[in-house]
Structure formats: C-alpha cells, structure tokens
Design a protein. Structure first.
Length: 252
C-alpha cells in the first residue's frame, strides 16, 4: 500500500488513470491520496471516485497553502466530510521557505487536529524544519488522544521515540531511504516494523535507481526492498507488515 501519494497532481495531467493502473499492476493495490487545498480538492476527490477501493482520499489544508485566509480554507473542508476521507491530511508545519505564516500554520494545525478528534480520524502530518513547535502542539493536544503518521519521515530516532509519548504514531518511509548518502536507513533500523508505513509522495522523491525522475506509486516495491535489506528480512514480510499497519491506522 502507498500511504501518501498525489495521483491528481498536475505532473500527471492526462495520465492520472494510467498512473493508478500501473500501480495496481505492480502490486500496489491501495493508494491514499493526500489533500492540499480547495483549488486541488475537486480533482483529487473526482479521481478517487473513479477508482473506488483503490484510491482513498484524505482531507486537509497543507501547511504550504496556509496564508492570511486560512480560516476560509478550513471552513471549506466541512462539505467534503460527506465523501468519507480516511484521514485528515496532509496537515502540519513547514518553515523551510520562511516563517511568515508560522503562527497561522500552528493555528490551522490545532484546528485540524481537533477536527480529526471530532471525526475520529487519523492525521497525516507534513513536518519540515519545525519539529520543536510540532511536539509542543502535540503535548498541548494530548487530551485529543490523536493517532496518525509523519509522512516522508526524515527525523531522528530520538524524535520518533519522543512521538510515542504523545499519541499513537507511525512514520511514512519513502524514496529517501534508498538515497546513497541518506541517514534514514540507520533511523529505520531503530524503528519497530509495526510503526513503519510505505509511501512514495509521488510525483516527488523517486527512489534509487529512478532518483530525479517523476515518481509513481508503482515504485513502492523498490522502497519495500530497501527496508527489507535494512531489517534483514524479505520484501514480502515488509509488504505484509506495513500493509497491516496501514489497514489498522486508516481503517481500510
């Protein structure tokens, strides 16, 4: 299973259905689609509706889309709950390009964590250069009894274990784990298998030997093979355990 992909991204324009079909042909039979904002949402949900039982939608406001009108974007989420999203995501904090809207990002995150608790849904977290603020918000929201995953995990083993004290958390591991100079393999070695999910974040972060090309969910087996190498097991075991982890978290 690919627990984080963007099959409706403009990078696939005109090929969206073929991308899904290639994934299924590669044995990746369930894909969870990340939501970004109101501009992309109609295409996102329409694609999921064309592939029932294969594509599953998330619903949320991406931190990079947070600006001075973020409250309008949050209000725009409400009608889409009728479409039965499997998670609130991708939501979170991203200070990579600056902190102009850092306070708004934190507020938008808090509101969406509350929505997740209200609707009894897991959260899918995008986190970049904002770990301290994110952990502080989780501590403040302990009463919500949150569950979810940090997608495209790039943090330390120490951060992972800190997360376990603040809720029921897994991590999404993608193509970065295959990169030649990545420090992620050592982190993955320390993370229990029952806390690992597979993802591509396609069309981004294609795994080796496809690095630098347009990524697709069909590449999940390359990521599974690398994790099998790190964990000294076989790809089938990694596929089985991580799929069971995703089924449990997302209830699909």
């Amino acid at each position: 299973m690919d627990t984080h992909t963007h099959c409706s991204d403009e990078a696939y324009r005109g090929e969206e259905d073929a991308v899904v079909e290639r994934a299924v042909a590669a044995g990746v039979t369930r894909l969870i689609q990340a939501d970004i904002d109101s501009r992309e949402r109609p295409a996102h949900f329409a694609l999921c509706e064309r592939h029932p039982g294969v594509l599953f939608p998330m619903l949320g406001l991406y931190p990079g889309s947070v600006d001075g009108k973020w409250q309008d974007e949050i209000a725009a989420l409400e009608p889409w709950f009728a479409k039965k999203p499997v998670a609130i995501g991708e939501i979170g904090l991203d200070y990579h390009y600056g902190k102009e809207f850092a306070e708004q990002q934190k507020e938008a995150l808090r509101v969406q964590l509350e929505l997740a608790a209200e609707h009894d849904l897991p959260v899918n977290i995008h986190l970049r250069e904002a770990t301290e603020d994110f952990l502080a918000i989780l501590a403040d929201c302990a009463h919500l009894h949150l569950r979810g995953n940090l997608h495209a995990y790039s943090g330390s083993a120490e951060t992972f274990f800190a997360l376990q004290k603040l809720g029921d958390w897994s991590v999404g591991i993608g193509g970065v784990v295959t990169f030649k100079n990545s420090r992620l393999p050592e982190v993955v070695r320390q993370i229990p298998m029952d806390r690992i999910l597979l993802e591509t974040d396609a069309p981004y972060l294609a795994p080796t030997p496809l690095r630098g090309t347009r990524n697709e969910s069909a590449n999940i087996p390359l990521i599974a093979a690398k994790i099998a190498e790190i964990k000294n097991t076989d790809t089938a075991t990694v596929a089985g355990v991580t799929t069971a982890n995703a089924e449990r978290l997302f209830a699909i």
